[in-house]
Each structure stands twice: as C-alpha cells, then as structure tokens.
Ligand binder design. Structure first.
Ligand code: GAR
Length: 190
C-alpha cells in the first residue's frame, strides 16, 4: 500500500473521506500522516483521534516560504510518504516543493477546471449564471490549479442557489471522487 500524507488547513472533510476509504482492506493506499498549516484546523483533531500522525506548521513562523517547505519535506520524509494529497490546503506551494512531488501530489478543487481557478469559485460561477458547476481532482504542477485533471464531477446549478448551497452540493461529489482518484494513482492505474 502506498503511504499517503494529507495536507489541510481547516475542516478536513475531504481528509475524512480519504481516511474512510483507506479503511477498506483492498484500498491501495494508507493515510500515514496529516499536516496542517494551521494548528487550529479541526481536521487535525479528527485525524489524531483516528490514531494518525499529525503535525502543524505555521508558515508565518518561518523566515521564508522555502524554509517552511523544507520543514514540511522533512516531516513528509520522516513519514516515508509516497503520495501527497492536498485537501483544502490553502497556501500556494513553491516550485521546488511542487517539483519534488511531481506526479505524486494531487489536489481537490471546487470547480470544473480549467474554469474558476483560485478562490471564490462558487461566487464566480453564480455571478456568471453557470448552469453546471462541480469539482476536479488534478495533479499539482507549479501553475496554480493547472495540472492535468484526474477526475471531475458535475452538479447542476439550481434556481435560488447561494454559494453555500452550491458548495454543499459539490462537497458530496468531492468526497466521492477524491478517494476514487487516489485509488487510481496509488494502484498505478494512472
Ligand atoms: C473543499 O471544498 C476543497 O475543494 C476546497 O476547500 C474545501 C476544503 O474543505 N479547496 C480549495 O478551495 C483549494 N483551493 P475540507 O477541509 O472540508 O476538505
């Protein structure tokens, strides 16, 4: 089984979906650690309660992003990580860190990429009058939200939707496709 670390910044519901999926005996990956850039991220406590190694590391405590990412690398190496999953990790990663994990780091993004890279995807889809919206699991490359997509799921945009109702509808799909995408990567299918 491939050894997977999950990077989070907050709630960690996608993290929980990956942890849950990895409980299946035939799942090709195990979650060996969860790293947060915020000590108060609720997902950290959830992972710790599941007996998973956790670490938190505030970028603001480091003189530079490179030094922050060097320590992240040391932690990931200490866990013998094969694959990194970004799950609501809300910091942009530097090229050196991204290139180190090329082909072995994936992210979930709440839009149908290449539409709506970056933040506030639901607000922007609603402002455009989009009829469909969704989420994408993709490889992480140096360009923000630009790596090759692995899986996508669509949802309809319904009359009366707010960013919150849309986010809730999409989150269900995120929790479905992220474990599927990790399975594809960890099994060597992609
Ligand atoms: C998810 O909706 C994820 O797609 C999004 O943040 C949320 C994290 O929720 N990610 C991004 O916007 C990345 N730019 P979670 O902590 O409950 O998984």
């Amino acid at each position: 089984r491939k050894r997977v670390a999950i990077l989070i910044s907050g709630r960690g519901s996608n993290m929980s979906a990956l942890i849950e999926a990895a409980r299946a005996p035939d799942y090709p990956a195990e979650i060996v650690g969860v790293l947060s850039n915020r000590a108060a991220a609720p997902g950290l406590a959830i992972a710790a309660a599941d007996g998973i190694a956790t670490a938190s590391l505030a970028q603001s405590k480091f003189p530079s992003r490179d030094m922050f990412e060097d320590v992240m690398t040391q932690i990931l190496e200490s866990w013998n990580v094969d694959i990194v999953c970004l799950a609501g990790f809300m910091r942009i990663l530097g090229d050196d860190f991204v290139n180190r994990w090329a082909g072995r780091m994936i992210n979930i993004h709440p839009s149908l990429l290449p539409l709506y890279k970056g933040l506030h995807t639901h607000e922007r889809a609603l402002a455009d009058g989009a009829k469909v919206h969704g989420c994408t699991v993709h490889f992480v490359t140096p360009g923000l939200d630009e790596g090759a997509p692995i899986l996508q799921a669509e949802v309809p945009v319904l009359p009366g939707d707010t960013p919150e109702t849309l986010a809730t509808r999409i989150l269900v799909e995120e929790h479905r496709i992220y474990p599927q995408a990790l399975r594809l990567l960890a099994s060597g299918a992609i």
